[in-house]
Design a protein around this ligand. Structure first.
Ligand SMILES: Nc1ncnc2c1ncn2[C@@H]1O[C@H](COP(=O)(O)OP(=O)(O)OP(=O)(O)O)[C@@H](O)[C@H]1O
Ligand SMILES: [Mg+2]
Length: 529
């Protein structure tokens, strides 16, 4: 549209509607309280630095021209101005301060009101202004928009004296405002992205860590603190930026610049009482060609693995195991009657030697059946305080008679007579018996079994070892250990170790087999204290 038409219409309004006197000096008044002014300024908090930045460039191009840059909001209130000092004095003389409102009704024809009215860039030079007092200045105003609705957010104006008037000023201002709008929109978008990022980072169950080039933690998310169960904030505040268990992976990524995926790391808690298994990915962060840090994410797989283990376990049991356990249970009842009746028979036929054999065979059967039944039951431990030394001594005493029968000897060494642990005494005893029985059975031609209890004062672990001089196992055989029904013995069931390992596990203990074919086996049991 043609400025001249806008100006003409405006002047007509000033004369006929507002009845302004062109010879009078327009007196703009501050209509806002300081608080109201502050509030308006707040909405420009992000825009003002951008406006200042781009408009300073304009001033730089127009070097030598005395210029004021003024920003108003969408209602024409002056929010901010800066620029040439002598020009600033001049406009102050007209009452143009921050907080005054440019209204045609008071200020007469002016570029700010017109550009707000028509949503266009407008330049007014000298006599284009209604008031004679303003005939010495040239003003150029451009509306700017950056909200999503496309509404006018305000205006940016440059003011100078008529001597410096130029047709280029308006073009320069318009292109500066273009840049400002683009920058503000970009900032807005970034801001939204940033917020979105924050929401995503803080609501995911995945633990995240960022490190710098040296592998020091610089950032982490809320989920990470939950996973590792300590306050990262406190650690970082103390200057501890180490990555601990994941350090080897982070270092690898920082050195090679290649990502690592699905690595498994284990973290222990409560002095080794509890463990969590994490799946870890580490990715390098690049700036151009240079690795400037690493990004690690941790997923808690503990539940998943526990579930899987239970599944495998129950599958194992649900096939042959459950079937035999059920069968064993059914056999046990008639067996009990048979044993009872045989006992009665024995009382009346004391001299019948077959009955002796029947009884002992029935006893053997009862033991086997009992083991089967036990296997079918989910192993629940009933822990109570128990002196481990005494328990071992008692168990060994119990085993001595069968040792003599098999022509083997058994010794016991202990450095800790007073260690009281909370364990299921009957179950642990059963496990010890199974290990010792295996040791006896491995020494067909006799030999010695050494049982040792080692606990160092202050240590949170106690070790029990059972060492034999038997036939031993090759690595293949060792790898089969604990597989239900795996046995190398003619009369073996392959259940002893399955049961024992289960018991040790239920006590959070570990078992290690050191075995050499032809030399013997050392079973190392380790329990947390
Ligand atoms: N101390 C050991 N020396 C050599 N081999 C061993 C020893 N302990 C276990 N094994 C091997 O592991 C197998 C499995 O042992 P496990 O106690 O589970 O079953 P088993 O002794 O064969 O039968 P049972 O159910 O009666 O105990 C054994 O058959 C044997 O081959
Ligand atoms: Mg056995």
């Amino acid at each position: 549209m043609d400025f001249n038409t806008y100006i003409k219409q405006s002047k007509k309004r000033c004369e006929e509607e507002y009845r302004l006197e062109p010879t009078e000096i327009p007196t703009l008044q501050i209509e806002l309280t300081e608080a109201e002014m502050e509030e308006r300024k707040q909405t420009f908090e992000h825009a003002l630095p951008v406006i200042q930045h781009f408009m300073e460039k304009v001033l730089y191009y127009m070097d030598g021209t005395p210029i004021i840059v003024a920003t108003t909001d969408e209602e024409g209130y002056v929010i901010h101005k800066f620029g040439d000092e002598s020009m600033m004095e001049m406009i102050h003389a007209f009452g143009i301060h921050n907080g005054v409102r440019f209204r045609e009704k008071v200020a007469g024809t002016n570029s700010i009101s017109l550009s707000l009215l028509h949503d266009e860039s407008i330049g007014l030079v000298g006599k284009d202004h209604y008031h004679e007092a303003l005939h010495g200045i040239a003003c150029y105003s451009a509306p700017f928009h950056y909200g999503e609705d496309g509404r006018i957010s305000g205006t940016i104006s440059i003011m100078t004296t008529v001597e410096y008037e130029s047709q280029f000023h308006l073009g320069l201002l318009s292109s500066a405002v273009d840049s400002i709008e683009r920058e503000l929109r970009l900032q807005e978008k970034n801001n939204k992205l940033e917020i979105l990022n924050q929401i995503m980072i803080n609501s995911t169950p995945i633990g995240m860590i960022m490190t710098d080039q040296e592998g020091r933690i610089t950032d982490y998310n809320a989920a990470l603190e939950k996973l590792v169960e300590y306050s990262m904030k406190e650690r970082l505040a103390k200057g501890d930026t180490k990555t601990y268990v994941i350090k080897p992976y982070v270092d690898h990524v920082l050195w090679t610049g290649e990502k690592l995926e699905n690595k498994e790391v284990t973290l222990s808690f409560d002095d080794g009482e509890r463990e969590k298994i994490f799946q870890l990915d580490v990715l390098p962060i690049y700036d151009g060609d240079e690795v400037i840090g690493a990004f690690a994410q941790l997923r808690d797989m503990t539940n998943y693995y526990e579930l899987q283990e239970k599944l495998i376990e129950s599958e194992k049991l649900s096939t042959l195991g459950k079937f035999s356990a059920g069968l064993a249970h059914e056999i046990r009842n008639p067996l009990t009657s048979i044993i009872g009746l045989t006992q009665l028979l024995k009382e009346t036929n004391a001299q019948n030697k077959y009955l002796e054999i029947i009884t002992s065979e029935l006893d053997r059967m009862k033991n086997l059946v009992n083991q089967f039944v036990l296997l079918g039951k989910p192993s629940s431990v009933q822990p109570a305080p128990c002196n481990l030394h005494d328990l071992l001594e008692e168990t060994i005493e119990l085993m001595k008679s069968s040792a003599r029968l098999q022509d083997v000897s058994i010794t016991f060494e202990s450095n800790q007579k007073d260690l009281v642990m909370t364990i299921d005494e009957a179950k642990i005893k059963q496990a010890f018996i199974n290990f010792i029985k295996n040791a006896f059975e491995s020494m067909e031609n006799g030999g010695e079994v050494q049982v040792r209890l080692v606990h160092h004062p202050g240590s949170n672990k106690v070790e029990v070892t059972i060492e034999d001089e038997g036939e031993g196992m090759d690595p293949d055989e060792v790898s089969n250990i604990g597989t239900l029904f795996y046995t190398s013995k003619e009369n073996g069931l392959g259940m002893g170790l399955s049961i024992s390992l289960e018991i040790i596990k239920a006590h959070h203990g570990t078992v290690d087999f050191n075995s050499e074919k032809g030399r013997g086996t050392k079973v190392e049991l380790c329990f947390p204290v």
